[in-house]
Ligand binder design. Structure first.
Ligand SMILES: NC(=O)c1ccc[n+]([C@@H]2O[C@H](COP(=O)([O-])OP(=O)(O)OC[C@H]3O[C@@H](n4cnc5c(N)ncnc54)[C@H](O)[C@@H]3O)[C@@H](O)[C@H]2O)c1
Length: 340
């Protein structure tokens, strides 16, 4: 039997694109996902003889006898994701992100398998120095603000992966994902691009939090999964941490304007949505803090795998809007899923 790649969280947004890439290269993929935020439909477009979906908690699955038999590498993407979920259920999120990752890493160390884990730009917290470099100090707010707990869980995951690489020779790669966008991302958990695109396509106002002057850099998920597979295959990457994303910044206000302009142009001016501004407090509660800027330093990633994104923000936004406005557009990928 051909070697199989295991993806935890593979029925989610990024995991399903990774599965597309791996199966496109002829590989067999086993997805373990509890479908808490992922969806079975995210895998429906894949060649079904190359994909196996096991609906289970990642740690429970790995406790089964022979769970990793026939597996040659593991991508661990399963996590509780999204600002809203973090604010609403911090304790459940913390346990999911730390305990499950510890179980996955231990199982890979026992089986001698390489593993890539998805960390997040949230580990930088409110680090004020830009661009953000992998060896910088991490700056979190107080524990009374649950918002920082997600970044802290991902930082603990990183410590576990690095420690197991040192102590037991685990071939672990850690990626700190910055804002990743593309088809199948859903807005329900607070992600800005799917929120904006879904609202614009439905002719509703785009809700900008704060005054919109905050900046982010968005990277297409297809570029992100390309970087993931190359890092997994690069022995120089083992035991190390990498920023993965784009370094092209935009303000959230400019992003809203681009989505509005593209929607109007793709619908011959029949839809010209508007913007509305809502305070962070109104959206997420009193005392909510959001770092005003977040920009990765990509030097390490470029030096290790020669990373250079193929998709521009304009291209990705156009494709997402076409998917919703013109369901039969060439390259249609099935839309963005649910609205908030
Ligand atoms: N999307 C981004 O911009 C972004 C940014 C930083 C980090 N990340 C990280 O990338 C990874 C994938 O995120 P995504 O955006 O695809 O989110 P997603 O919610 O679409 O995917 C996460 C998947 O994990 C599954 N899952 C959660 N807990 C599980 C468990 N205990 N066992 C099995 N499956 C479980 C969910 O059902 C879902 O399918 C996550 O680890 C996330 O923290 C994403």
């Amino acid at each position: 039997m051909a070697p199989t790649t295991l993806i935890t969280g593979g029925a989610g947004f990024i995991g399903s694109h990774l599965a597309t890439r791996l199966t496109g290269g002829g590989e067999a993929v086993r997805v373990v996902d509890d479908l808490s935020t992922g969806r079975q439909e995210n895998l429906a477009h894949l060649p079904q003889d190359q994909v196996e979906l096991i609906v289970a908690d990642a740690a429970e699955y790995l406790a089964r006898p022979n769970a990793l038999q026939g597996i040659h590498r593991v991508y661990h993407l399963a996590a509780a994701v999204g600002v809203q979920l973090i604010v609403d259920q911090p304790a459940a999120m913390i346990r999911n992100n730390v305990e499950k990752t510890a179980a996955v890493l231990e199982a890979c160390a026992d089986a001698g398998l390489p593993v890539l884990i998805a960390s997040s730009s949230e580990v930088y917290g409110k680090c004020p120095v830009l661009p953000l470099r992998e060896d910088m100090d991490l700056v979190f707010g107080p524990t009374s603000a649950s918002r920082w707990s997600y970044g802290m869980t991902k930082a603990i995951d990183e410590h576990l992966a690095i420690d197991l690489a040192r102590q037991r020779g685990l071939r672990s790669v850690v990626i700190r994902l910055f804002n990743t966008i593309g088809p199948r991302q859903i807005g329900r958990y607070g992600m800005v691009v799917p929120r904006f695109v879904s609202a614009a396509a439905a002719g509703q106002p785009l809700t900008v939090y704060g005054d919109g002057s905050q900046t982010r850099a968005f990277c297409d998920v297809r570029d992100v999964v390309g970087a993931m597979t190359r890092l997994m295959d690069e022995p120089d990457a083992y035991g190390r941490v990498f920023n993965v994303g784009s370094d092209q910044q935009t303000t959230i206000d400019q992003l809203a304007d681009r989505v509005i302009a593209l929607t109007a142009s793709r619908s011959d001016g029949r839809r010209t949505p508007t913007k509305r501004y809502v305070s962070y407090e109104a959206a997420y509660g009193e005392g909510f803090e959001d770092p005003p800027h977040r920009l990765p330093d990509l030097t390490r990633l470029r030096e290790t795998i020669g990373f250079s994104p193929a998709y521009s923000l304009e291209q990705t936004l156009t494709e997402l809007i076409d998917d919703l406005l013109l369901p039969n557009a060439i390259g249609s990928t099935g839309g963005l899923g649910e609205e908030e």
